[in-house]
Ligand binder design. Structure first.
Ligand SMILES: *[C@@H]1O[C@H](CO)[C@@H](O)[C@H](O)[C@H]1NC(C)=O
Length: 378
């Protein structure tokens, strides 16, 4: 039974990119230039309908507040998604059990219990995203909250049962896509600027296999946009264009955790190991947690900065941890205290981000993982 799904993993998932799985109506439509036009329109209409799910509503039921409160307790947040009985809760409790420093606590509005683990000096929040598949569809109450929290995660772990059909992976990916979450993807390289007049100014800097000026125009018309500069700088799809126009997409790295490897053969395990973004584990036996944590660390791209008080050795025990993309000296100061930057004169930095050790830098200097910093105040 499971050999079938393993073969599918091997054959269908070697690119590392995730395609949005189309609904039955879309799948039937042949993908040639003429129908690409209609397909584009259909997708734009769907995207507009789904916007309801993503946009937090004012007042009750919006549910973003709870999510952001939780963020304060950690340097990064990982959301766990999976169908019931794939071993998600075993994984959560065993991971938290081994590495947890902070006791798990009730996260009442979502009825989930996040654990906070400490790994390489960083506090990482493990957050169960319950019922993301079943509950979220209606777009109401708890479903909306879970979506809002999912969108704030720095990493998503999709937990799969290695013995179950591959279709589950697609289903979850499709649901998350519907909430404006893009997994292991970069934002599309499309320039988009709305204007007051001049019509649609369409430019493509490379060959396009799906989009042409007419299709772009009708998709934009669907959004009542009739004047804009559009520049396609990569071979873009209608989905890419819609993502740029909608503008509310979040790009989150994702790891597929393939659980229950204690029930497959070594040969099958070899196949799984070749699947991009995958880590095989046994949550029950705590097998391969080292590998999983190492991959989590890679994907989070956190930056650890050690502080060095003047005349003392650096403090290597409790680094200041910054997220990827927010690692300027100014961000470091902000993470310590919101007013610190006002007293900032310059900083001395040791490590891979500088040519000389130490080097005098300003607040815009970009720090790298494991740099040592000493602040000099005015
Ligand atoms: C069309 O768009 C390009 C790229 O954004 C821009 O450089 C150019 O000035 C635009 N042309 C007109 C006529 O607006």
């Amino acid at each position: 039974l499971h050999t079938h799904s393993l073969t599918a993993y091997k054959q269908g998932h070697n690119t590392g990119t995730i395609n949005q799985s189309p609904g039955p109506d879309m799948a039937r439509t042949q993908k040639n230039k003429a129908t690409a036009h209609h397909l584009g329109l259909l997708k734009a209409r769907l995207a507009k309908l789904r916007r309801e799910l993503i946009t937090p509503k004012g007042g009750s039921g919006g549910g973003t507040g709870e999510g952001f409160d939780v963020a304060k307790t950690g340097d990064a947040r990982i959301g766990f998604v999976g169908f019931p009985s794939v071993g998600k809760s075993t994984l959560l409790s065993n991971l938290a059990g081994v590495y947890s420093e902070v006791a798990a606590y009730e996260f009442t509005t979502l009825t989930t219990v996040p654990g906070v683990i400490r790994y390489k000096g960083a506090k990482i929040q493990l957050l169960d995203l319950p019922g993301i598949i079943e509950g979220a569809k209606d777009g109401k109450g708890r479903g909306r909250q879970v979506i809002a929290v999912a969108r704030t995660c720095n990493l998503i772990l999709i937990v799969l049962d290695v013995l179950k059909p591959l279709g589950h992976k697609k289903l979850i990916e499709h649901e998350l896509e519907g909430f404006g979450i893009r997994l292991n993807k970069q934002p599309p390289n499309i320039g988009f600027k709305k204007k007051d007049k001049g019509g649609i100014n369409f430019t493509a800097t490379c060959a396009q296999s799906e989009l042409d000026a007419d299709t772009v125009k009708s998709i934009l018309a669907e959004y009542k946009i009739h004047n804009a500069d559009i520049t396609l700088r990569s071979d873009a799809t209608a989905d890419d264009l819609i993502d740029v126009v909608e503008g509310n997409r979040v790009y989150i790295p994702c790891i597929y955790v393939l659980n229950k490897i204690d029930q497959i053969s070594i040969e099958e395990l070899d196949i799984i190991y070749k699947v991009p973004h995958c880590v095989p584990i046994s949550a029950h036996h705590r097998w391969n947690f080292d590998d999983l944590l190492e991959k989590i660390w890679d994907y989070l791209k956190l930056v650890r900065i050690y502080t060095k008080p003047k005349g003392q050795l650096p403090d290597y025990t409790s680094p200041v941890v910054l997220p990827d993309g927010r690692t300027a000296v100014e961000d470091f100061c902000l993470k310590i205290h919101k007013n610190l930057i006002k007293e900032f004169k310059y900083a001395l930095v040791w490590g891979s981000s500088v040519k000389h050790n130490p080097q005098k830098v300003g607040k815009d200097h970009i720090l790298e993982d494991e740099d040592v910093i000493q602040l000099v105040k005015k």
